[in-house]
Write a protein that binds this ligand. Structure first.
Ligand code: SF4
Length: 306
């Protein structure tokens, strides 16, 4: 049998996952600006299916600390390789892009930098501070790796007072070893729990999962319960799509009706905001979650038990 015969073709996408190509020139403007400022985005690096839509609307999710990741998760299209040194002026370039794109809500993520003692936490801190200085009214959301649960690294990010601290659980407990080989389910919950224990109601915590990797309904509900027990405020649920034939296959295309059902369950569990649908990603329409007035996210607030 030839190699071509051995590779299974990817299944045809259902109707609800067909993408629209851009119809405005905003996409090209976003492309030009990001190139000019030499910024990476997770939209491109992770082959996000919403790339066309988000960039056409003039939004993007910045990926700092390079485009080479020290981990090799089975679902993720970001390149695994020895990373380059951090660029000192990157925080300022992200701040400038936020200003020029007039973002009211910015999402900043990074590759996992297990090669650095702080996992890149100080680079996050500098980026948050630079963005806030130039864009004082912009809501700042960070989507961080687990920092190997390094307390000092978590504290470093929190010291910059992001409004939303996002760390993805990605999948249910049983599938975590095959989906994220260097991460653990309990470590991710612990990171979220620690943030709530340190900052309480002065910060929103957020997490997300991809569906369609072989999880059962009961396992999804258990993961949602575990997230609530860790004090997680905001939840995103989206369809996993295989970025290439080298990545984990899709086992199910979850219907929009099922996503709606999970949204209702999550809201009943007490999440303050839930985005659940086939095209949902951590940062998809992230600005739809409006901070209540008076919640600037810039004060330490009172920690609470979680
Ligand atoms: S959903 Fe997020 S990662 Fe995907 S294109 Fe939109 S902003 Fe980028």
């Amino acid at each position: 049998m030839t190699v071509t015969e051995l590779i299974k073709p990817r299944p045809r996408l259902p109707e609800w996952l067909r993408f629209q190509l851009p119809t405005s020139d905003s996409f090209a403007q976003t492309r030009t600006l990001l190139d000019k400022l030499k910024l990476h985005t997770v939209c491109e690096s992770a082959k996000c299916p919403n790339h066309w839509e988000c960039w056409s609307k003039g939004t993007a999710t910045f990926m700092i600390a390079g485009d080479r990741c020290t981990r090799a998760c089975g679902f993720c299209a970001v390149t695994t390789a020895k990373p380059f040194a951090l660029e000192d002026d990157e925080p300022m370039r992200v701040a400038e892009a936020t200003q020029r794109m007039k973002l009211k809500h910015v999402v900043i993520t990074a590759v996992a930098r297990d090669d650095l003692a702080d996992g890149g936490a100080n680079h996050f801190r500098q980026t948050i501070e630079a963005v806030r200085k130039l864009n004082p009214s912009t809501v700042i959301e960070v989507l961080v790796p687990d920092f190997n649960e390094n307390d000092a690294a978590i504290e470093t990010v929190l010291a910059a007072n992001p409004h939303i601290f996002n760390h993805n659980l990605e999948t249910v407990r049983r599938l975590t070893p095959s989906v994220r080989s260097r991460a653990t389910y309990d470590r991710s919950l612990s990171v979220l729990r620690k943030v709530k224990a340190r900052r309480g109601d002065s910060i929103y915590t957020k997490s997300g999962m991809m569906l369609g990797l072989g999880e059962a309904e009961g396992e999804i509900l258990t993961a949602m319960t575990d997230l609530r027990e860790a004090g997680c405020d905001i939840l995103t649920l989206g369809q996993y799509l295989q970025p290439s034939l080298k990545h984990l296959p899709v086992t199910e295309f979850v219907t929009p009706e099922k996503f709606s059902k999970y949204k209702t369950c999550a809201e009943e569990m007490g999440f303050v905001h839930v985005a659940s649908g086939p095209m949902v990603r951590s940062s998809y329409h992230a600005d739809e979650f409006a901070l209540p007035s008076g919640r600037s996210g810039r004060t330490a607030g009172v920690a609470r038990e979680v």
